[in-house]
Ligand binder design. Structure first.
Ligand code: CMC
Length: 428
């Protein structure tokens, strides 16, 4: 007989099924709890709540394991191509050559953006944060493909997926070009995904631009490392919005907004700003460790700690190694890298961080690489979003195909109980 969980409440005993995942993770299925007992569970921040079952990404925070569709992140980051990983996440298997060629060719043919989108883009002030701009532009894309609003358009969902995958990097480079006062570059379909992005970012009309293979390889691996991370804040947002049967563009736009926050993807920008501040302050790390430990100080060590990892974030391990390699290959000596190393070492030997199992996360070293690649700080979180896009799409698709009910958490009300309406003249 399958396992069950017993609950004794107000003297009565209830039984709930226990479900088990393919990696033996267990959950008590409380979907009938309220119907049977009149109670709900409460778990602010969802520290203990599974919102779904999913076959996309496996994460073991205690052991520091991350796998996409069963494949180790270490293998994928070293051996795979970002679009092959995107295919894996979205369709469930690594593509064979024909499937890969088809996928790449479809994405390549959608890289241009409707010129009318430029009018929307042009309305943004030059210093608008690119994450806000990206969220708006992706939402605006739904207006250009109105068939996407139809909840029955799932048969054509592939074309929307290709458009998003293809146009997202193009839109991202618009933000950068505008910030520099440079003309935008159109996509070059002869280039691969990463090289095309780098070309649109850095090519100028006045000179030839050669994509540096070290840069394009590093970018490929960074995008793979960010491609999915199961039910994190932005992915859960994409799923929640998608559960109302909102179209793919608006769901992804909401995910971009969620990613922007400094406790989530925005941490990569916050890390570099923190490291720069430490540098300006003479380079000593102890003061900042003390600030992070001081409960009266809102400062947190950015790029440290994770809701799920209570061990080294496996992505941080790969990125740290890659930061060393990329900086060496590009001949860059970034003093901030030494500060990051010193800060990491000091934190890992500090009782506060040891006790709370706080380790560097994906964002701790990624900004150092982005900067070495020439990407400005306010574009770091956009880089995260380009990487995360296939994960969001895969999770949205899984949700829609599962037919899962609309996401609608409950609450325990703690406000005023019923009271009489008070006329304005009688209010205090
Ligand atoms: N610096 C100082 N103390 C910390 C930090 C930190 N970076 N992270 C957690 N703590 C402390 C926290 O104060 C708490 O202490 P206590 O038990 O004494 O109250 C304890 O560790 C547990 O922290 P929590 O806030 O309850 O944990 P959480 O799971 O709610 O938060 C987190 C996870 C990632 C938001 C948090 O660790 C944090 O704010 N880190 C800095 C921001 C960051 O790097 N975010 C990127 C996350 S990884 C990529 C991504 O998701 O996009």
């Amino acid at each position: 007989m399958s396992e069950t969980a017993k609950l004794i409440l107000e003297g009565k005993e209830y039984e709930f099924p226990v479900i088990e995942g393919s990696e033996q993770e267990k959950a008590i299925d409380i979907s009938k709890l309220r119907g049977q007992t009149g109670h709900i569970t409460i778990d602010p921040g969802f520290k203990n709540t599974g919102s779904t079952t999913s076959a996309i990404t496996y994460l073991d925070g205690e052991e520091g394991i991350l796998r996409y569709r069963g494949y180790a992140i270490e293998d994928l980051a070293e051996k795979a191509d970002f679009l092959a990983v995107a295919y894996l996440l979205i369709y469930g298997e690594l593509p064979n050559q024909t499937e890969y060629d088809n996928f790449v060719s479809k994405i390549t043919r959608h890289t241009m953006v409707n010129e009318d989108m430029r009018k929307i883009f042009d309305g943004f002030p030059v210093n608008a944060h690119p994450m806000g701009v990206m969220s708006s532009l992706v939402s605006a894309m739904s207006g250009f493909y109105p068939e996407s609003y139809s909840k029955n358009d799932m048969d054509n969902i592939d074309v929307h997926i290709m458009r998003l995958m293809a146009k997202f990097p193009t839109l991202a480079t618009w933000c950068y070009k505008k910030s520099q006062g440079h003309p935008i570059n159109y996509p070059q379909n002869k280039l691969d995904y990463c090289s095309n992005f780098l070309h649109m970012m850095f090519a100028l009309p006045v000179e030839e631009y050669e994509v540096n293979p070290v840069v394009s390889k590093a970018l490929n691996s960074l995008l793979i490392l960010h491609a999915d991370h199961e039910q994190n804040c932005s992915t859960s947002t994409v799923r929640l919005v998608g559960s109302s049967q909102a179209n793919l563009y608006s769901s992804i736009s909401a995910g971009i907004s969620a990613l922007w926050g400094p406790l989530h993807g925005g941490a990569n920008q916050a890390v570099i700003e923190m490291l720069e501040a430490i540098k300006e302050d003479g380079g000593g790390v102890q003061k900042y460790l003390d600030k992070a430990k001081d409960k009266n100080d809102p400062f947190r060590l950015m790029g440290f700690g994770h809701r799920v990892y209570k061990n080294f974030d496996p992505r941080a391990r790969i990125i740290k190694k890659s930061a060393d390699e990329v900086l060496e290959a590009l001949g860059i000596d970034d003093p901030v890298l030494d500060i990051a190393r010193g800060l990491e070492e000091a934190a890992l030997n500090d009782e506060y961080f040891i006790q709370r199992k706080l380790y560097p996360n994906v964002d701790f070293y990624s900004g150092i690489i982005y900067r070495a690649l020439g990407i400005p700080v306010n574009m770091f979180t956009v880089m995260f979003a380009i990487g995360r896009l296939p994960g969001w799409i895969a999770q949205w698709l899984e949700l829609r195909e599962s037919g899962q009910a609309i996401g609608r958490p409950r609450q325990i009300y703690t406000g005023e109980t019923a009271r009489e309406f008070v006329e304005m003249s009688k209010r205090k």
